[in-house]
Design a binder for this molecule. Structure first.
Ligand code: ANZ
Ligand code: ZN
Length: 865
């Protein structure tokens, strides 16, 4: 047998598999479908070992599923638009398109070198006009349904990347990409109305086979909060004149504290601010509002920061106490949550407490703590004795008819009372905000909208059109703020991203610099109009790519450009939802939430019939450098897959990645660990010299035990223990210094998902010497081509597992007395029972209880008497 030389066999098999299209997935098949998807990468230039850790075990799992008899779809593509590519391109002074293209071809080559079983006919590049045409089309459907809208809002601005960010892209007040501090800006932007699906996104996550932690993170991000909206009547005299009674609604989760409300707070952006501010104070109020705009949301809500505010000069009435309380403006109240107004309960809310202290407002205790010790100044009821708010539930005091009741009951009773008396209503709020999708950057999908000033002046928008009226009954609501805006006609899609643009980020949309591109005719009046110059968040591209893969081939095959939908209806029904989604945990909120929203929104519009995009989800852990630190260029601890492949071969890297630890935990890269796996593969390689015809019962037992272990482990992503089982089997073969042909074939079949090249090479050499000749013969005979990867997954024989018998030595005081044959794994109490019935033991032992029992499972029992 020749030496194991992966660099010789691996490229050879990759080429043959490619030529035979061995892993192209047929759309028509008698087999059950299985859509197994990995998160597609950014074309950042190089596949690092973290990518491999996502893709290689995922490919192992895919191959296993395929051999189990499923028709498996395992596609690959590139999340090609977006900041990473654009920033890299700027740094290197090349065009992002060029940079992206060359990276895609380099990464495709790298993926090939991994021996992954992708169906390359379905490859997706999101920056391809044939793809982003449909991203634009989807935007238009959302727009027409009122799910995409433009609005002025306080938004997150990253001054380093010179663009706005979605809430999900701000981590601890910083930009998720570059870590620059994010500031608030008031801008007109495009949003997707993800909040319309908040309730559904929250509840239906329970049904998914996802990691618990990820489900919880989705829920927490959506943030459901049950409470009441209570209305406070404003009593500034001038309002009486117009017969209009102004009310401010507040949202509270603690209606049990309502008797302790001593002031009311409006967010600076609240629409009633101008109405409640008295003339004498309007200058001061204006300055306050301007100042608060400079703060980040984090600064505004942070618990420990000083609370600032300003009195409006107006008062309102607490509907339960009928007492008059002052109205303040304070920026710890956020406009984006609840009603944008808060009832101030300083005795029981710490922020209100800090605020009341600063502005010398009353602090009235209405909840008595049940744990006595935390009630400072009890009996004296002097405000200054309260040192901080008591936010816990307890017994109500000073609360009229509810005095003496527990908070839990009072929350319900007071809410009911408020509803009954029409003072307000119960509501559920979600912390989730609408998804801001427009970006002031170049490398993205152009938003396919046109703005016409003439039409805007005349108050016209698409929502006045006949098409719009056929879509909606309540146009007026949707058309708010949309005057002048028109969708690009669907037949004119895609709106091509122009190449000739100065794409350096300047805080404005780079596309605006290309006048030729910007100026268009208004689809309504035919006058001078302008294209929208902002592009879509990259996350929009990745929110639907999994819907495209099944149909991607159709378009590629037929060059079909006239399709009416982004996907083939039949293929979509056949393949979706994704059965298994595998990827990193860093996108737990962002990408997964957006994709779920897309599916629900498209289902709502009648384009899809299922409800959730990813039925099952698994995360891989993080691979650390050999020093246990996060891999980074600056630390010099980055492990390059390319070098490993040339040193050990792809099969070895794949198998080691599977073997290094539990898949969802990752861990440090161990340079010695990979050597061990390399030795293991060499041992497999050299087994061919030991092939003998017959097999022993022991060999069969060991083999079937291994089949069961590998099968069970792969099904639940325990790649490491599956490899360990294979290693034990190989050790067994070496110990008995022989292996039967059949056993070797089974071993190779089990090994095929992990080390596909080696398995194919050895299997072929067992089957036939000449691959090409054999293929020709089988194909001529009308049969499928042969490959170990088309073989069925081995099944274990349960009989061979159960009936394994062992001989247990029976000793009394260390002296051999008898032997006992029992099924392997029999436990101590059972063996003791059996021993006591043995004819040789009964006379010795009688009814004596042994002082001590030494037990070695499947081997020995020694009774000390
Ligand atoms: C009175 C009160 C008394 C409150 C008390 C809490 C404790 P979650 O659980 O996150 O929903 N709130 C409501 N709207 C707000 C806004 N726009 N900006 C800032 N704060 C706002 O929080 C609900 C609580 O957050 C509400 O209940 C309100 O304060 C505050 F002892 O009302 B509470
Ligand atoms: Zn017009």
């Amino acid at each position: 047998m020749s030496r194991y030389n992966p660099s010789e066999i691996e490229p050879k098999w990759q080429e043959l598999w490619r030529e035979e299209k061995l892993f192209a997935t047929p759309d028509k098949s008698d087999k059950a479908k299985y859509y197994c998807l990995v998160m597609f990468p950014y074309p950042s230039g190089d596949l690092h070992i973290g990518h491999w850790y996502n893709f290689a075990p995922a490919d192992v799992y895919t191959r296993y599923r395929r051999m189990c008899g499923y028709n498996v779809l395992h596609p690959m593509g590139f999340d090609a638009f977006g900041l990473p590519a654009e920033n890299a391109a700027i740094k290197r002074e090349v065009h992002p398109a060029e940079w992206t293209k060359s990276n895609i071809s380099r990464m495709t080559w790298q993926l090939e070198s991994m021996g992954a079983s992708y169906d390359w006919d379905r490859m997706i590049d999101t920056s391809d006009p044939e793809y982003y045409k449909w991203t634009q089309w989807l935007f238009l459907q959302f727009f027409k349904a009122g799910l995409a809208y433009r609005a002025k809002a306080l938004v997150n601005w990253c001054s380093n990347d010179q663009t706005v960010l979605a809430n999900e892209q701000v981590e601890d007040g910083k930009c998720w990409r570059c870590s620059a501090v994010v500031v608030q800006k008031e801008l007109e932007q495009w949003f997707f109305a993800i909040t319309k699906y908040a309730r559904e996104l929250l509840t239906s996550v329970d049904s998914l086979d996802w990691p618990q932690k990820t489900k919880l993170m989705q829920k927490n991000w959506i943030g459901q909060s049950e409470g009441v909206e209570i209305e406070f009547r404003i009593t500034r005299p001038s309002f009486g004149g117009k017969n209009e009674e102004l009310r401010i609604a507040v949202f509270t989760t603690r209606p049990d504290t309502i008797f302790g409300v001593t002031f009311l707070v409006l967010a600076p952006e609240h629409p009633l601010v101008s109405k409640v501010t008295v003339k004498e104070l309007s200058g001061k109020v204006k300055r306050y509002i301007e100042n608060s705009r400079k703060k980040t949301e984090l600064e505004r809500v942070s618990q420990d920061k000083q609370k600032t505010g300003i009195f409006t000069g107006s008062y309102c009435i607490n509907p339960l106490t009928n007492k008059s309380i002052p109205i303040y403006i304070a920026d710890y109240a956020l406009m984006g949550y609840g009603t944008g107004a808060v009832m101030g309960v300083p005795a029981h809310d710490q922020r209100d407490y800090v605020f009341a202290k600063k502005y010398r407002l009353d602090i009235v205790k209405v909840i008595e703590s049940i744990k006595g010790e935390s009630v400072k100044g009890e009996g004296e009821s002097k405000n200054k004795l309260i040192e901080r708010a008591n936010e816990e539930e307890g017994i109500l005091v000073n609360s009229g008819q509810w005095t003496g009741m527990h908070s839990y009951d009072a929350v319900k009773k007071i809410s009911n009372y408020i509803e009954k008396k029409h003072l307000g209503k119960k509501t559920i709020n979600y912390h989730l905000r609408d998804w801001l999708i427009s970006r002031q950057r170049y490398w993205g999908t152009p938003i396919p909208m046109v703005y016409c000033q003439t039409c805007a002046n005349a108050g016209r928008s698409w929502f006045n059109s006949k098409e719009a009226r056929s879509h909606h009954r309540e146009i007026s609501n949707l058309s708010k703020g949309m005057a002048g805006w028109f969708p690009v006609l669907e037949k004119d899609l895609p709106v091509i991203l122009p190449e000739n643009v100065d794409f350096q980020p300047k805080g404005k949309s780079p596309l605006a610099s290309n006048e030729d591109w910007v100026n268009v005719k208004c689809p309504k009046c035919g006058g001078e109009a302008r294209r929208e110059t902002e592009t879509m968040d990259t996350f929009v591209d990745s929110s639907w790519y999994f819907l495209r893969y099944p149909s991607q081939k159709r378009t590629a095959d037929s060059g079909q450009r006239t399709a009416e939908l982004p996907w083939d209806v039949e293929l979509t029904k056949q393949w979706l939802p994704v059965d298994m989604y595998i990827g990193g945990a860093e996108h737990t909120v962002l990408h997964l939430l957006y994709s779920r929203f897309f599916v629900k929104a498209l289902r709502g519009l009648g384009y899809l019939t299922f409800d959730e995009p990813f039925t099952a989800l698994r995360h891989q852990g993080l691979i650390l450098g050999p020093d246990g630190q996060k891999m980074s260029k600056s630390r010099g601890n980055v492990i390059s897959p390319d070098q490993l492949v040339s040193a050990y071969g792809a099969d070895c890297v794949r198998t080691y990645l599977c073997f290094m630890g539990p898949y969802d935990q990752g861990g440090p890269w161990n340079p010695r660990g990979i050597e061990g796996v390399y030795r293991f593969l060499n041992r497999v390689w050299n087994l061919e010299d030991r092939v003998k015809e017959q097999e022993s019962l022991a060999e069969q037992r060991m083999l079937h035990k291994t089949i069961k272990r590998v099968t069970d482990d792969l099904a639940v992503f325990k790649f490491n223990t599956a490899v360990a089982a294979l290693m034990e089997l190989v050790n067994f073969f070496y110990l008995q210094d022989r292996v039967s042909r059949q056993s070797l074939v089974v071993l190779l079949t089990l090994l095929a998902p992990f080390a596909p090249h080696m398995a194919e090479e050895l299997w072929m050499s067992l089957e036939t010497a000449d691959y090409r000749l054999q293929q020709k013969k089988t194909v001529d005979a009308g049969q499928k081509i042969i490959s170990i990867h088309l073989q069925p997954w081995p099944e274990h024989d349960p009989k061979l597992l159960q009936e394994e018998q062992v001989i247990v030595v029976v000793q009394i005081n260390g002296k051999l007395k008898d032997r006992l044959q029992v099924p392997a794994g029999t436990d101590q109490p059972q063996i003791e029972k059996l021993v006591r019935t043995l004819p040789k033991i009964v006379p010795i032992l009688g009814t004596m209880k042994p002082r001590k029992t030494i037990f070695v499972k499947d081997k020995l029992i020694n009774l000390v008497v």
